[in-house]
Design a protein around this ligand. Structure first.
Ligand code: UDX
Length: 482
């Protein structure tokens, strides 16, 4: 693997591109979900001609009309800009895509299989086959989806098997690290690019496709296909482990009366550890971290190195225990039983600035309290539509005030700015009992207590004080400065 400080002088450009390399490639993006729509839009904004492809007619229609089919701050403006430039179009037609593209990005989902923890590669396989079988000239197919190690090699063979005679197709891998809520920023200004390439031509062609981002000085790691696949799951496993580590410490704090927030703060000033992803609380959810650690464990076991990542099962278990423990804390505050207790659940999305409810800790907690007989009322600024469809048995309110009215316990489950900034006095005027369980360690405990609330958070003694972590750059602040 080589780390390449990108040299963008005209001479290097002339030297680095062989005769077959298209300097300003036309791109297709197959799969216009979260990752694909963002990638297609941002590439068009950067100056490339882009064709987005999806089998879902509703998504194509929405995007063509300038509507982003999910909540992502700033993306609608970029979609408008891209459509106005005339460089971005959408289609359902794979033949059109095959004819159009010099570089094809595959961004379809790899959900968790129902029967095992493995990644379901049905959509990836289909996308590669549908496209490759229709291509009539040399081009590069670039996988961006998160896949088990060895998938790119298998797909290289699949592509060869289905390609028309004489058509040369290469497969590269370019893992994507974008965070929901920061998708535009992370796509236009990634902290690094990773190219898994099988040849010098593929490296040059992919470099041309990312020229504006590389010219901005973004570090580039050029690797083999397998390493590139591994980078993604290794990164997400590390992040998940860091979160579960501090949540494991929270469990120890609960048993001893120590304070996990003070502990995290003290750890965070060690620059080797750092404060980011060290926030204790309800733990991780979403479409990536939980499924990626499970798929990685499954694949490692298949490869005979299951022991090397056996700790990831523990990381998963610690994370799931947080949900149960949050319910325990709400029950404790309610006096020992949730039967007939009115609970205002603030948050449904798996994290703020997103309407994504996949594996959302918040809804899991709401569901468990509901099963124990609580009258749970859920409010979320953006995720209500998705939550209503997935949890028809729960009660949802369209306003925070209505959700809070008459509550015996309030539980903060997703740390939206609206909740963090809410005035404890105003909230207090609505509820029946001023009891707050801060599932995300996101509120000012001192302020709540001063205003007459009983405040509790997992891993903190009943009278702990509020502290912050070093380099705990709040996501909201990051968003504002982007
Ligand atoms: C993640 C990775 O960050 C991203 O690089 C990858 O490409 C996709 O998966 P995302 O799923 O958008 O991105 O969420 P992320 O911001 O990583 O948060 C994951 C979960 O961890 C959330 O549920 C969040 O609430 C939780 N979390 C995060 C904590 O519980 N504590 C923390 O300190 C940080």
């Amino acid at each position: 693997m080589t780390v390449q400080p990108h040299d963008h002088s005209p001479l290097s450009r002339a030297l680095s591109s062989g005769p077959d390399v298209v300097e300003t490639p036309r791109m297709t993006v197959i799969g216009t979900g979260y990752l694909g729509a963002t990638h297609a839009i941002c590439m068009a904004v950067l100056g490339f001609e882009v064709l987005g492809v999806d089998v879902d007619a509703r998504k194509i229609e929405a995007l063509t009309n300038g509507d982003v089919p999910f909540f992502e701050p700033g993306l609608k403006e970029k979609l408008d800009e891209a459509l106005a430039s005339g460089r971005l179009r959408f289609t359902q037609d794979f033949q059109e895509a095959a004819d159009f593209g010099d570089v094809h990005f595959i961004c379809v989902g790899t959900p968790q299989s129902k029967e095992s923890g493995a990644a379901d590669l049905t959509y990836v396989d289909l996308a590669f086959a549908e496209l490759a079988s229709r291509m009539t000239r040399k081009a590069l197919i670039v996988g961006k989806s998160t896949v088990p190690i060895g998938t790119a090699e298998r797909l290289t063979q699949l592509v060869r098997d289905v390609a028309q005679p004489g058509v040369e197709i290469e497969v590269a891998w370019n893992p994507e690290f974008l965070r929901e809520g920061y998708a535009v920023q992370d796509t236009l200004h990634p902290d690094r690019l990773v190219f898994g390439v099988p040849s010098e031509w593929a490296r040059q062609q992919l470099t041309a496709a990312f020229r504006p981002i590389l010219d901005a000085g973004t570090p580039l790691i050029v690797a083999d296909l397998k390493t590139a696949e591994l980078v993604k799951v290794a990164a997400n496993s590390f992040l998940a482990t860091k979160i579960s580590y501090i949540n494991a410490m929270a469990e120890v704090c609960e048993a001893t009366g120590a304070d996990v927030n003070l502990l995290a703060s003290a750890l965070s000033y060690d620059t080797r550890i750092g404060g980011r992803f060290l926030k204790p609380g309800l733990g991780f959810g979403g479409g990536c971290l939980p499924k990626d650690i499970r798929a990685f464990t499954y694949r490692a076991e298949e490869l005979g190195v299951g022991q090397a990542v056996a700790f990831l099962r523990e990381v998963d278990a610690i994370n799931n225990r947080r949900r149960r423990r949050t319910v325990d804390l709400v029950r404790e505050m309610a006096g020992g039983s949730l039967q007939g207790v009115r609970v205002a659940a603030l948050g449904a999305a798996f994290k703020p600035n997103s309407d994504d409810i996949r594996d959302a800790p918040a809804l899991d907690v709401a569901q468990m309290m509901h099963e124990e007989g609580a009258e749970v009322v859920v409010y979320d600024p953006e995720a209500l539509d998705n939550a209503r469809k997935a949890y028809p048995q729960l009660t949802f309110e369209d306003s925070m005030g209505t959700a809070l009215r008459g509550a015996n316990v309030v539980v903060l489950l997703t740390e939206w700015e609206k909740f963090r900034k809410a005035d404890p006095d105003l909230l207090g005027a609505l509820v029946a009992d001023k009891r707050m369980v801060d599932g995300r360690h996101a509120l000012d405990a001192d302020d709540y207590r001063a205003k007459g609330w009983e405040y509790r958070a997992l891993g903190r003694p009943a009278h702990s004080r509020t502290v912050t972590l070093a380099s705990d750059v709040s996501d909201e602040l990051q968003l504002q400065s982007a």
